[in-house]
Design a protein around this ligand. Sequence first.
Ligand code: NSS
Length: 431
Amino acid sequence: MVDISSILSGMHTDRKVQIRGWLHNMRSSGGIHFLLIRDGTGIIQCTMKKGSVEDRVFEDVKGLTQESSLEVSGTVKEDKRAPGGYEIKVENLRVHHRAEEGYPIAKKYHGPEFLLDNRHLWIRSRKMQTILRVRAKFLEAAREWFKTNGFTEFHSPTLITAACEGGSTLFPVKYFDQEAYLTQSWQLYAEAAIASLGKIYTIAPSFRAERSRTRRHLTEYWHLEAEVPWCDLECIMDIQEEMLGYVISVLCDEMAGELESLGRRVDELKGMKPPFERVTYDRAVEMLNEEKVDFKWGDDLTWTHEKILTQKFNKPFFVTHFPTGVKAFYHKPDPKRPEVTLSADLLAPEGYGEITGGGQRIDDLDELLRRMREEGLNPKDYEWYIDLRRYGSVPHSGFGLGVERTVAWICKLDHIRDAVAFPRLINRVYP
Ligand code: NSS
C-alpha cells in the first residue's frame, strides 16, 4: 500500500502499486473509466480500460457513487495530461464501501450556510483540504522554530476562575457548585511557568464569548502563545518577527502549489519577510487623521481603523505603545510615559489587521495592585498571580497569535471560518 503523494513525487513510476482512498469524481468515455481517487495525501487519476480488468470489475465501477471507498491496484505511468502528471493504469479494484446516492455536496454553487451545515463533508473538498494542510504546516514550522530556539512547550488549564482579557468575553461553565470559565489565554499561567521552565510556548484553544459577527472573530480559536523571562518589548517583537519570518519562508518553500491554488501569490508572500516596521500608536492616530478619519487619541483601534492602516503597508507591521486605557491590566505602563503601555499588536497587510497581541508585563507588585484596582478587578481573585511578584519577579514579555487569523491572511481567505475545520461562531456550534 502506498500514499498517493509518493506516486506524485515520482517514486513509483512504471511500478505496480496499491492505493486506498475515496472516489472524488468519475467519468467514462469510449470504454475507459477515469476515476479521481483521493487518499488524504493527494489525488490521482486512475484509468480503467475495458479488457484490462475482469469484466465483473469493469461493470461494477459503472454505477459507482462519489465518495465510495476503494482499494485499487495497477501500474503507475507518467502522463503529462493527467492532473498531477501521473496516473494509475488499473488492474484490479475492490469497493470497500459503496457510498449512498445523493452526496449532499454537488458540483454546483452552494451557499455558505449550507456548506457550514455540511462541514463534516465539505472538509473533503480540495479547497478545505488545501487550507487544512497549510494550517498544519504552519503549526509544524512554528513548533520547529520554537524548538530550535530553546523554547519548551507548556500547557495551561482550560477551566479557569479569573479573566485575562476582560470579563465581557468570558464563557461561564458550571463547575460543580462553583462558576468557572473557559480560558481566553494561557498567559497568566505562563507567567508562573517561566520561573520553572524559562522560555515557553503553547498552541492551544482559547475561547471568547464575542458577540461580534465579523470575518475575523471565532468563539473558539487556536492560540499560539509564547512567554519569555528577561525580555522587554523590543525583544518580544524580535521573537515574533523571527518566528513568523521563518514560518512564512517554510510555507513558501514547501506549500507553494497549495498557496497558489488558493489565490495567494508566493512571490508576494516571500516579499513579506522581516523586518516588520514598528509604528507607535501616536503615529497611527496621526495616520488615521491624515486620512480624515475621526479618531481620537485614547480610542481603541477597531477593524475599520486597522483596515485603513493596513493599506499603507505591504507587509506585517507592529503598532506599539497603546494607551493604558485600551489594554488589559497586566500591560506594563511605559516608565517614561505611564499613559501608554509597553504593548504591541502585529497587523497583517491587505486589510487583514491584528494577528498578534502582546508586550511587556508588569513585574512590580505595587504597580500591579494599582492597575488591578484601576480596572475594577478584585486582587483576591488573582492571589496566586500576584504572588509571582513576591518571589523572584523578573522583567518578562509574551504574545499571543491567532492561528486562524494568520492562516486566513496567509491563504488570502475572505473569512476566518475557513481557516479551521469546524468553526465555532456566534450562531454555530454544529456540526
Ligand atoms: O486578546 S489578545 O490580543 N491578547 C491575549 O490574549 C494575550 N493574553 C496573549 C498573550 O500575550 N499571551 O489575543 C491575541 C490574539 C489576537 O491578536 C488575535 O489574533 C487572536 O488572539 N484573537 C482571536 N482570533 C479569533 N477570534 C477571536 N475572537 C479572537 N480574539 C483574539
